[in-house]
Design a protein. Sequence first.
Length: 294
Amino acid sequence: MLAEETVITQRRAISRSYAKINLTLDVLNRRQDGYHDIKMIMQTVSLFDLILVDRTSDSGISVATNLRYLPNNDKNIAYKAAEAFLQKTGADGGAKIMIHKNIPVAAGLAGGSGNCAAVLTSMNMLHGNILTDAELYAIGASLGADVPYCFNGGTQIAEGIGEILTPLDAMPDAYILLVKPQINVATAAIYEQIDSAPISMRPDTEAMQRALSEHDINGISQNLCNVMEAVTEKMYPIVGGIKQKMMMNGALGAVMSGSGPTVFGIFDDFRTAKTSADSFSMQFKDVFLTRTKN
C-alpha cells in the first residue's frame, strides 16, 4: 500500500504513513531473547502523517518535524530507517526527511513505525527499488515490531513478535473515534508488567476472524479485546473512563489500542460519532474522528 500511494518526483518522495488500531491483542509468552510472542489483529485507519524524503548528493541525513520536542537525530526512527537503508545498500548520497505529524506520539497507534516504513519505501523507490520487499521488511523488523505491518497495512493478523503477517478479510467501512489522554505510555514498561498481571479476559481471535469474514460490524465490535488494557488502565484509570464514556456515547464497541493510552470506538453512524467526538474534544486535545482504510 505504501509503495502504491507514494508520489515520486526526480529526487523527492511524498507519502502518507497511516495510523493503526488493534482489534485484538494477546501477549502469549516471554521468549528466551526477552521479547514476547504476540497474536494480534491490526487495522489501518485514515489518520496519517505526511512524509517527504529528498535524495541528497551529500552523505548526511537530516530530519525535521512540525513538533519541536521530537528528536531530529539518530533517536528518531525515521533517521534510523534512512541510516539502515544506506548501510544495507551502500547507496551514494544521503537523505533529507520532513515529517508533518498528525498521529499522536507514544499513543499505541504505530505512528513512528509507520514513519519508518514510509522512509524505507521512499528511499528504495528513489534509488530504483534496489532492495526486494523481503529485504525492506527485514530492515523494518529490526527497527520496530509494528514496522513490517505498516508497509501494507489493511486488516492483518500478526504473530511472533509482530513480523509474521497474514492478510485477513477487510474490515467493513466504519467510523473510528480515537481519543488519547495527555499521558505517554512506554510500551516496554507495559511488557515488563504483563507477565505478572492478572488477565481475566483474552481475545477470541478466531471469533474476530469469523466476524471479519462475515463483514459483521457488530460481531467485530463485540470481540474487541486487548490484554494490555488492564495493565495500562491500572496505571492510568482515565483509560477506563474514556472507554466507558465512549460506550455511553453510542459506540458499538471500544478498546485501547496497542500499549495505549489511546482508546478507540467503532461507530456505524456519522452523527453519533461526531457528537461523541465533540464531547471528548471539550476535555482532550487529541481527538480524531477517522475511518477504516483498506
